[in-house]
Design a binder for this molecule. Structure first.
Ligand SMILES: [Zn+2]
Length: 214
């Protein structure tokens, strides 16, 4: 009986739902899957395409906060796989993947840059090289509660290029959440200055409306 149980475990490994922890053959169990805040739209801003499989809400918001602030790094792999699977469907040619940088001071506090972790894992899933292209030179205060224009001013010139060659390349820029777009816009601007031909943005989630853009 025990042997049979062990064999069945090999054939049907014990996956757990990322949200509720119940046994599940998929990242989310059927009940939690129904609650996912799916986003069916692609944002276009300043000629930039922004892809996000989810809205920043409910289960996904909780997981992102756990991933970012509660040191639950094990969440990055399944979340990155969802992002990679979703991006594959868009059929866009990408040469390199890069990520929103984090200032050294913040990196020391948190211990990891969640955007970098997601990017590395997405790179493995899509079989596309990940390049460390950008650095955050000026630590910007927390962006929450700020309007788009305040954020834009805050982030201006705080992202600098690293000496890597991305001339004539299509770049996929990764971040965890897209809110006003101030950060990804600034990073895209730098990537274009470095010679990129196209920059598209992929985040796990985005805010529901563009209200914050005003
Ligand atoms: Zn569940």
């Amino acid at each position: 009986m025990k042997i049979l149980k062990n064999i069945s475990k090999i054939i049907f490994p014990n996956f757990k739902c990322l949200n509720c922890g119940k046994e599940s053959f998929d990242t989310f169990c059927p009940a939690c899957k129904r609650l996912l805040p799916i986003n069916n739209k692609i944002k276009i801003k300043n000629n930039n395409l922004i892809f996000s499989p989810f809205f920043y809400d409910g289960i996904i918001k909780k997981l992102i906060l756990d991933f970012k602030y509660n040191n639950k790094k094990y969440l990055f792999s399944p979340l990155a796989k969802i992002m990679a699977d979703y991006f594959k469907l868009q059929k866009i040619d990408i040469n390199f993947i890069t990520f929103i940088p984090m200032h050294d001071k913040k990196l020391k506090q948190r211990g990891y840059n969640q955007a970098e972790i997601l990017a590395s894992e997405i790179g493995l899933n899509l079989n596309i090289p990940v390049l460390d292209c950008l650095k955050k030179d000026i630590p910007t205060p927390s962006q929450t509660e700020l309007s788009y224009l305040e954020r834009r001013e805050n982030i201006k010139n705080s992202i600098l290029p690293k000496s890597v060659n991305i001339q004539n390349s299509n770049i996929l820029l990764i971040d965890d959440v897209y809110t006003t777009g101030a950060t990804t816009e600034e990073a895209s601007k730098v990537l274009y200055k470095m010679g990129a031909s196209k920059v598209v943005v992929l985040t796990l989630a985005c805010t529901k409306s563009d209200e914050a853009l005003n």
